[in-house]
Structures are given as structure tokens and as C-alpha cells.
Design a protein around this ligand. Structure first.
Ligand SMILES: [Fe+2]
Length: 388
């Protein structure tokens, strides 16, 4: 285990600059929410916008962008020096969707590769528009992750993004609640523009939260219409049949993205998939296993208290038996970290649980202080709760 820790530089952007620290500073006054930002279009209707990238398999990248015009070409040209595109790809898919009176632009998803590890590529989408660049993750340790949930689009979000952008991280992991569009579809476009300077440079791997659901009785019963169209993740590569849960490997880490708002009981597809996915993990290849899920299974804040309990009861044993290292959650707009836990008790074989749930959304920080006492939380055990 010590070797594992020393061989992996796990860089977590935990927003320590802006999130409360209950014990260290009892006088800390949680800052209020900041105004929302709306990022309008800045390019012509034929040019690509809202560009973001995501990992597909070991050495491929999916490039996603949107054009207002429906008939633009789905092509990505790329190479290892600026303006010199010696490779191109048209492999992928394009889609659009309606949500009541809103018609999305054309959403292009093109996969490129194979790509070398830890390498900068320059690329252009659709045969015109600006040049972008990204760096691929390394193939071996160390790897650095930026992890942030509940991002939204406010002035705090901009501050978080700036913070993230100032670090040379490899992959961003987002455990749900992206745009806070909440059925207002133009806000999805605004979010795409806001994150483009960051999400076009490094792979952003996301799972969904409650603000992605967007169901409407009878008409949009299944929800996730915008999310699934815009944030297509490599679910098929991990044997999942749903964009709402999947896994991927990167540089010695197996990362599992669970879905809080998809069935998770023992008879569900997600449960069966998770069981199979964990059984396939080779710790010789991926010694670290991380899980991301939107609703925390352990949470001492009053906000959203108990909401993750049914999922915890269903799936915790699977994670425990697989010796998952860390579980990251969002939803609760606070930072919180537990020591290794299983079934509400300190357990050296259980995962560490961390909540990193405020990227700066319009709802602001969870303002209600935790209501637990250490004894109340875990009467029989020493040191279960480790809060910063
Ligand atoms: Fe949430």
C-alpha cells in the first residue's frame, strides 16, 4: 500500500481555498453564492463551439463540439505541431435533440487516435474555426486528477475553473451536476462555452447528478436528454449499456462512474454491470480503484442527509469486497473526508469517502452545520470520522 501511495501522485483540486474547514476555523463564515454567468455565442453559426474531449479506451480521445448549422462536416484534423494536421478522423456519430421548443445544434462526437501518452496534440474541428490543443494522460504513474462536483455556472464556477486551469493536471473527474440548466436548454450551451477553454485541453470524465435528469411527465419520461447527447462517455468500452454509468482505465487507475439516478438494486442492470466490472479488474494493471457517484453514501451535513443510504445498502458490499480505494461524491455543497469505512464502522479494508460537492453552483454552499457527534456517528469505533 505504501508503495502504491508513493507511486501515485493523486492531485485533488478540493477547493480548499474556498470551502469551509469546520474544525480548523470555527469562525469561518461561508461565503454566499455569486451571480450566475451566461456565456453567449462568440463564433459564427458554422464554426465549432463548446468543444470538449473525453477518453475512449487506452489511447483514443473523443472530441465533441456543437455547430448551429446542421450540415457542417464531422471531421477532426490533428497533429503534434500547431497548424500541421497530418491526421484526421471522421469516426464517430452526430446527434441533435429537441426539448419542447428548443432545438439543439448539431452535436458532433468524433474519436481520434491512436495517440501517444503524455503528448500534446493540436486539433481543429469541422475543417474550420480555431485551433485547440490537448495533452494526453501518461501511461504510467504519476498521474494527476482534478476532481470537482456541482460545478454550475456562476462567478464562483469561473473562479474554480481558473484554479483548475492553473494546474497541469491530466484528467478531470466530475461526479455530477454540471450545468444546472434544469430544463433551460440554452444554459447547457452556455455551460459548454464556459468550460471549453478547460475541457478542450484535458479529458473531462463525468457522471450525472440530479440536475441532469430533466424529466417531464409523459413527454420526457426517461430524462437525461441533454446530458446523454452532449456528454457522451465511453460506456460501451466498459460493457455498460448506458451512458449513465461506466468505467475506464487510465495510468494504473480503474475509475468507476456510478449513477445515483438509475436503478441500483440487486436486480438492476447497473448492479449486474458493476459486479462484472469489478470482477474484471486486474490490480496488477490498475492497482488503484476509484469510484465516483453523485449522492454521497457517507455525509454528516444536514444537507441531503440520508439520500445516499439506499444505494449504499445495495452496493457498498461490492465496493468493499473489491477493495475500492476512494469513493468521491458531490451533491452536498461542502468538502468532507472520511477515513476508511465499511458499513458505518472504521475498517482498514474499506474505501475512503470524500465529498467534493461545490464547484460554485448558484445554490451556494451547504450552510447548515453538521449535526453529528462522533459517538453518535460511530459509537463502537475509534477514529472512524476524519474531518478536515
Ligand atoms: Fe446534486
Amino acid at each position: 500500500m505504501a508503495k502504491k501511495y508513493s507511486s501515485l501522485l493523486l492531485f485533488l483540486l478540493l477547493l480548499l481555498d474556498s470551502l469551509p474547514n469546520f474544525n480548523a476555523s470555527p469562525e469561518y463564515s461561508r461565503p454566499p453564492p455569486r451571480p450566475a454567468i451566461f456565456a453567449g455565442p462568440t463564433r459564427s453559426k458554422s464554426e465549432p463551439e463548446q468543444v470538449h474531449i473525453s477518453l475512449v479506451g487506452k489511447d483514443h480521445m473523443r472530441v465533441t463540439w456543437i455547430t448551429s448549422h446542421k450540415h457542417e462536416t464531422s471531421i477532426v484534423e490533428y497533429g503534434t505541431s500547431p497548424g500541421n494536421y497530418d491526421k484526421s478522423s471522421m469516426t464517430g456519430e452526430r446527434m441533435s435533440y429537441r426539448y419542447f421548443f428548443y432545438n439543439s445544434g448539431e452535436i458532433h462526437h468524433i474519436t481520434i487516435g491512436s495517440l501517444g501518452p503524455n503528448k500534446t496534440y493540436y486539433y481543429r474541428c469541422g475543417g474550420n474555426g480555431p485551433e485547440f490543443s490537448f495533452k494526453t494522460p501518461p501511461s504510467t504513474f504519476p498521474i494527476e486528477f482534478a476532481i470537482v462536483g456541482d460545478l454550475g455556472q456562476t462567478e464562483w464556477t469561473a473562479s474554480t475553473l481558473e484554479h483548475i486551469g492553473s494546474k497541469d493536471y491530466d484528467v478531470l473527474l466530475l461526479p455530477g451536476d454540471l450545468s444546472y440548466a434544469d430544463t433551460q436548454q440554452p444554459l447547457w450551451d452556455s455551460f459548454g462555452r464556459l468550460v471549453e477553454p478547460y475541457a478542450s485541453k484535458r479529458p473531462w470524465m463525468v457522471t450525472h447528478g440530479n440536475h441532469e435528469i430533466e424529466t417531464f411527465p409523459i413527454i420526457y419520461r426517461h430524462g437525461f436528454r441533454a446530458y446523454n447527447s452532449r456528454w457522451l462517455m465511453p460506456y460501451q468500452q466498459s460493457g455498460s449499456t448506458s451512458n449513465l454509468y461506466y468505467s475506464f482505465d487510465v495510468a494504473g487507475c480503474h475509475v468507476i462512474m456510478l449513477g445515483s439516478y438509475v436503478d441500483f438494486d440487486a436486480q438492476s442492470d447497473q448492479y449486474t454491470w458493476l459486479q462484472g466490472d469489478l470482477a474484471k479488474v486486474d490490480r496488477g494493471v490498475t492497482p488503484w480503484i476509484f469510484v465516483l457517484v453523485h449522492v454521497p453514501w457517507y455525509n454528516t451535513n444536514l444537507a441531503h442527509k440520508g439520500e445516499g443510504e439506499s444505494m449504499r445498502k445495495s452496493m457498498e458490499e461490492l465496493l468493499y469486497n473489491a477493495r475500492v480505494d476512494v469513493v468521491f461524491a458531490g451533491h452536498v455543497h461542502a468538502y468532507e473526508r472520511f477515513t476508511r469505512v465499511y458499513d458505518n464502522k472504521a475498517d482498514q479494508c474499506g474505501p475512503i469517502y470524500m465529498t467534493i460537492g461545490d464547484g460554485g453552483n448558484r445554490e451556494g454552499l451547504a450552510m447548515m452545520a453538521p449535526s453529528y457527534s462522533k459517538e453518535e456517528f460511530d459509537p463502537g469505533s475509534e477514529g472512524t470520522l476524519a474531518k478536515l
